[in-house]
Design a protein around this ligand. Structure first.
Ligand code: MF3
Ligand code: CO
Ligand code: CO
Length: 281
């Protein structure tokens, strides 16, 4: 989330990167798992005829009543709902509403929970009934781009390595990367330093250290990269109305690489996923 090139924050805000202690990492692990559990719970309800308001309500009730978590988006800078639902040409920050999903729609559901003061932030694409071949290819490429970005994470690597890997891969498939919104540090604060761009140059930017916690959340457009914000002041859409997809995970840098906090039960990042052959398909 949020405009990487135009951060306008008061100078009193401490913009340094916080390294988390093992106790804080354990709390992030719990928050991350809970966020993933919301996506697992809602999957079966993403069907033709359901409204995004209904999905929001179901997630809200699950978070508040079952998990005893706080839905972080609700009232965040005035956001009116508990989850973000971004359909088809919507890139991110879509507001749940009364419209029904229909066959062939693609939808990103973005969940952020707070548990024991810490945030877990994750999103996934769903397809309503049969995806078109085009939509399926876009979604697959976006998820692979996220995994490829994650695979760069280890102490001593740089943030630019992540952005470069994601951009190069998506553009090799003739898709484009949205530049106005980025991943972010996360912890007690929803959006903190550093900003994790999904494009850029290898071997540039912040050097990764054990204990950093951040999200990677590439937004990939089937058409041109340009976006605009709708008059509701939230929903980001592609300017050329092309389809857009996004996946997001919250993770930490470990002594040897990374640990993903928001991995879903049926989601395995095989070592082969990060091999060059995998990313050619
Ligand atoms: N979950 C989004 C992110 O990945 C942020 C949503 S902010 C909201 O950073 F206000 F739109 F909910
Ligand atoms: Co995020
Ligand atoms: Co998110």
């Amino acid at each position: 989330m949020l405009t990487p090139l135009n951060l306008a924050l008061p100078p009193t805000i401490d913009m340094s990167i916080t390294l988390k202690t093992p106790e804080e990492i354990e709390k992030m692990r719990i928050a991350g798992k809970l966020a993933a559990n919301v996506l697992e719970m809602i999957a079966e309800y993403v069907v033709a005829g359901v409204t995004t308001d209904e999905l929001d309500q179901r997630c809200h009730d699950f978070m508040v009543n079952q998990q005893k978590t706080v839905p972080a988006p609700l009232n965040y800078h005035g956001f009116p709902k508990s989850i973000c639902t971004s359909v088809n040409n919507q890139v991110c920050h879509g507001i749940p509403n009364h419209k029904k999903l229909k066959k062939g729609d693609i939808i990103n559901i973005d969940i952020t929970v707070i548990k024991d003061e810490f945030h877990g932030d994750t999103s996934e694409m769903f397809v309503v009934s049969e995806p078109s071949i085009l939509a399926k290819r876009l979604i697959d490429t976006t998820q692979k781009a996220l995994y490829l970005g994650i695979s760069m994470v280890k102490p001593g690597a740089k943030l630019g390595d992540i952005g470069h890997a994601i951009q190069t891969f998506a553009e090799s498939k003739r898709y484009s990367i949205v530049r106005e919104y980025c991943g972010h540090g996360i912890g007690r604060v929803f959006h903190e330093e550093p900003q994790v761009l999904h494009y850029g140059k290898a071997d540039t930017g912040v050097v990764l250290e054990e204990g950093m916690t951040f999200t990677i959340e590439p937004m990939v457009n089937a058409g041109k990269r340009h976006v605009k914000v709708l008059p509701d002041d939230w929903t980001v859409v592609t300017k050329d109305r092309s389809l857009s997809a996004q996946f997001e995970h919250t993770l930490t840098v470990t002594s040897t690489g990374f640990e993903i906090f928001t991995l879903r039960n049926n989601e395995t990042i095989e070592p082969t996923y990060i091999s060059p052959e995998y990313f050619q398909s």
